[in-house]
Design a protein around this ligand. Structure first.
Ligand code: FRU
Length: 499
């Protein structure tokens, strides 16, 4: 499909979107609106898109519906930062204006081209019947370029893709030496979830290279938002399989993200070395995307949100969805993908409470914070000297007793987030197997509507929404049927990311 590009239409559609979004902002309820996580000032967001470092700034785009707090015709929202800590809101970057992206500017990525422009590749989405998915959709890969990282010019479709594929989307572009590579998710004609690879030398003409990967699970019909990058000489393929049956700790959410690790070299097949492993086992971690930061670090985010029931409490708040904190990814010796909040995040730490070392009596509750809705906590427990059955943190504890219970279960050998008493929203319980040694080190980030838990140097993590009740929110440390010996406990109030 070659179509005439009407550049003025993009300007006009973006202005319309900005006006509607500013109107929506007036009705935002901030009871769970994040302090130190990226979210739209109003409206819905999902996947992180176009992560890049361009002209001295970090650019984070995201799937955005500026007109309402539910998923709708997709735009690209945009924020930028000099230091990954303090963020500036940028104008909405992309809106549907072409026939090819008539029903949505879907997910994609951005890279600096050989000519110094920023190249944003995204999926142009059209419902075949013009209204909904009933008769399927048409998905093509499109390009938009920018000379300042803020204003884009659409260049149209660059990859038509095979017409017979029901799903074909989410281009992730990277370069190895002189060649550009594009991977995206696809549903094969046999209804299997696959990752396809194309190559290019000029960033405009793309040629089919190979089917890089097929999910061995025949239940999986699509792999959304694949990412493919090198760490320690191995290649990590992350993707979001749709929609395997929940089993044990895995696939518990309607949407889950995971990865495999293998060997790959340009012109070759991907040789898988590990089984699939879920990247995060909380309720809300999806569609992660990474990019290579200037110093070679592999950074990225996941989307904290949900396409299904658990998002309900935000629907009336005129905004919905946030990104995780910026994460740094690494690969362990045994080929596990670890991720931790970037070091720079510590710059947002304000007043510190250092409780030092102490022992909590059997069946005790200790108030760590009387009132705080956004904090960063580091806790080391001496398990060898503790007899408690679980190490528990009551997060967002309100006077009525509602809270989210986060911690470590010694009997089961798991880290967990339990929202049965959370006050609002879905109750679900999530856990990940983890047997700590003598010491248990936990990092817990609590924001107004979320909690992220990291252990084992980032190999284990749980990221979930948590919707506290109204009133002051306390943090309490609990021992259960035993004592709890703390080596150190430090907690910092977190400042805002908005400059
Ligand atoms: C994943 C996803 C992508 C798609 C986008 C649409 O969350 O479904 O596959 O490009 O969201 O918003």
């Amino acid at each position: 499909m070659t179509e005439q590009i009407n550049h003025a239409k993009l300007t006009q559609k973006l202005e319309e979107a900005e006006r509607a979004n500013a109107e929506l902002e007036k009705s935002v309820n901030d009871r769970w609106y994040p302090t130190f996580h990226i979210a739209a000032k109003a409206g819905w967001i999902n996947d992180p898109n176009g992560l890049s470092f361009y002209q001295g700034r970090y650019h984070t785009f995201f799937q955005h519906h500026p007109y309402g707090s539910t998923w709708g015709p997709m735009h690209w929202g945009h924020v930028s930062s000099e230091d990954l800590v303090h963020w500036k809101r940028e104008p909405i970057a992309l809106a549907p204006t072409l026939e090819a992206d008539r029903d949505g500017v879907f997910s994609g990525s951005a890279v600096t081209g050989d000519d110094g422009r920023l190249y944003a590749y995204y999926t142009g989405h059209r419902w075949t019947n013009g209204i909904n998915e009933d008769e399927g959709s048409d998905q093509v890969q499109c390009l938009a370029t920018s000379e300042d990282g803020v204003h884009f010019e659409k260049q149209g479709v660059v990859v038509e893709g095979p017409q017979e594929l029901p799903n074909f989307r989410d281009p992730k572009v990277f370069r190895v030496r002189e060649t550009w590579y594009m991977v995206f998710g696809a549903t094969s004609t046999e209804n299997r979830g696959q990752v396809w690879m194309y190559t290019s030398t000029d960033m405009f003409e793309w040629t089919f290279d190979r089917i890089l990967f097929e999910d061995p699970n025949p239940e999986v019909f699509m792999l959304e938002c694949p990412d493919f990058f090198e760490l320690n000489g191995k290649w990590v393929l992350t993707y979001c399989p749709m929609t395997p049956t929940p089993a044990g700790y895995d696939h518990r959410n309607s949407h889950n993200a995971g990865y495999v690790v293998g060997d790959w070299a340009p012109g070759n097949d991907f040789r898988q070395l590990t089984d699939y492993r879920q990247t995060d086992r909380g309720h809300n971690f999806y569609a992660p995307q990474t990019f290579e930061a200037p110093n070679g670090r592999r950074l990225g985010y996941g989307w904290m949100g949900s396409f299904s029931i658990p998002l309900a409490p935000q629907l009336t708040d005129s905004w919905s969805g946030q990104l995780t904190v910026p994460l740094e990814f690494s690969l362990t010796e045994d080929l596990k993908l670890a991720h931790l909040p970037i070091k720079e995040l510590e710059q947002l730490r304000g007043s510190e409470k250092d409780l030092g070392a102490f022992t909590l009596d059997i069946n005790n509750d200790m108030v760590v914070l009387d009132e705080s809705a956004a904090y960063d906590l580091e806790l080391t427990i001496n398990l060898a000297e503790s007899t408690t059955e679980r190490v528990g943190l009551q997060v967002g504890l309100t006077e009525d007793g509602a809270h989210t219970y986060v911690g470590y279960d010694r009997l089961a050998g798991t880290l967990f987030i339990d929202r049965r008493l959370a006050g609002n929203g879905d109750r679900g319980y999530r856990a990940t197997p983890y047997v700590a040694g003598e010491k248990l080190k936990l990092r817990v980030l609590v924001d107004r509507g979320s909690v992220e838990v990291f252990a084992d140097d980032g190999v284990e993590s749980l990221s979930s929404f948590t919707f506290a009740n109204a009133g002051p929110r306390a943090l309490v440390l609990s021992s259960e049927s035993g004592t709890l010996t703390v080596d150190s406990l430090k907690v910092w109030e977190m400042g805002s990311i908005w400059s």
